[in-house]
Design a protein around this ligand. Structure first.
Ligand code: GZL
Length: 321
């Protein structure tokens, strides 16, 4: 009995003494920073040793980090892929080294046999929710929209554009007149919005901004104010992530809606990894976090003409109105 107990104890501690390499994209947005914080917290709570690499939004840095993790002989790799293409060879190297890879929050075009599972959200749906919200807001009036896209070639930029176009399909009064990447950052969101404003009669011809994330929207809000216009009123603003700063803007009447998605992708990822490493349990090919948890559409009307508010308890916490 003693030997068995000792073996079980060893076995358990061996399972928990996992070392996981995490190749994170960078810290381009508040949402990304939250994902990093939560992933580190989850690893700590589960007794997982996490080797963290910040790629500064460069794919070559992510590939180098993955090769380094393989050389170190980690038990598993977490990868948030900055873009969707160019991963086949390094994923094959991880497979040949029998190191499982789990994708976080973005997808890759590689065959799904090259990774253990993918944890993400329905990015197309997020864009569609934003598009449908604008159709509702425009109520048949002509609405010229400018779009700040996420990182070129990333799955959220591709899918959120597709989703938004799906959401506005059939609404002939809504037209995307300019669309350009702001690389998911505030600085570039502001810079590109400045060029949109100049190109569109000082912004007077722009009815709405659709930004693929809140950080670009926050940057754009600054540009709109500097152009002497009122964001949230002269130009409606809808974006995605639901980070605290967009709630601040909404409470100030400077933004109108955000589509929320959880930054906690690591929970399901570590669950799948632990089960696989413990006894080879094969997870589903991908976890599309279920609609009830994401995207919880936190749609708020900062101008609150209808005085109606719905969404999550966080809405209420900011004293929406
Ligand atoms: C979405 C994630 C996106 C966020 C941005 O799952 O990949 O990347 O929406 C972040 O804030 O840059």
């Amino acid at each position: 009995l003693l030997a068995t107990t000792a073996f079980l104890a060893f076995g358990a501690s061996a399972a928990l003494a996992q070392t996981v390499g995490f190749s994170q994209i960078g810290s381009e947005s508040g949402w990304r920073a939250a994902e990093t914080t939560l992933t580190k917290q989850q690893a700590e709570e589960r007794g997982i040793t996490l080797k963290f690499s910040d790629a500064q939004q460069k794919q070559e840095n992510q590939i180098a980090a993955i090769r380094s993790f393989i050389a170190q002989g980690v038990d598993a790799i977490l990868l948030a892929p900055v873009v969707a293409t160019g991963w086949d060879s390094v994923l094959e190297e991880a497979r040949d080294a029998e190191i499982p890879v789990v994708l976080l929050d973005r997808r890759v075009d590689s065959d799904d046999s090259l990774y253990l599972t993918a944890v993400g959200s329905d990015l197309v749906h997020e864009g569609e929710v934003a598009g449908k919200w604008l159709v509702d807001q425009a109520a048949g009036e002509e609405c010229r929209v400018v779009e700040l896209q996420g990182t070129t070639g990333s799955s959220p930029a591709i899918d959120r554009k597709t989703g938004f176009e799906k959401g506005i399909a059939g609404a002939d009064n809504i037209e995307i007149v300019r669309s350009q990447t702001g690389d998911f950052t505030r600085a570039q969101g502001k810079e590109v919005m400045e060029s949109f404003l100049q190109a569109e009669n000082g912004g007077k011809d722009i009815c709405a901004l659709y930004a693929h994330n809140d950080d670009m929207a926050v940057g754009a809000i600054q540009a709109i104010k500097e152009a002497g216009l009122k964001p949230g009123e002269d130009i409606l603003i809808v974006s995605i992530d639901a980070v605290p700063d967009i709630f601040q803007a909404m409470s100030a009447g400077e933004a109108n809606a955000t589509v929320e998605l959880t930054p906690n992708m690591a929970g399901p990822a570590f669950d799948a990894l632990e089960a696989y490493l413990a006894d080879g349990t094969e997870p589903r090919s991908s976890f599309r976090l279920n609609p009830s948890s994401i995207p919880r559409q936190t749609i708020r009307r900062a101008n609150m003409s209808a005085g109606k508010i719905w969404g999550t308890e966080r809405d209420l916490m900011t004293g929406g109105g």
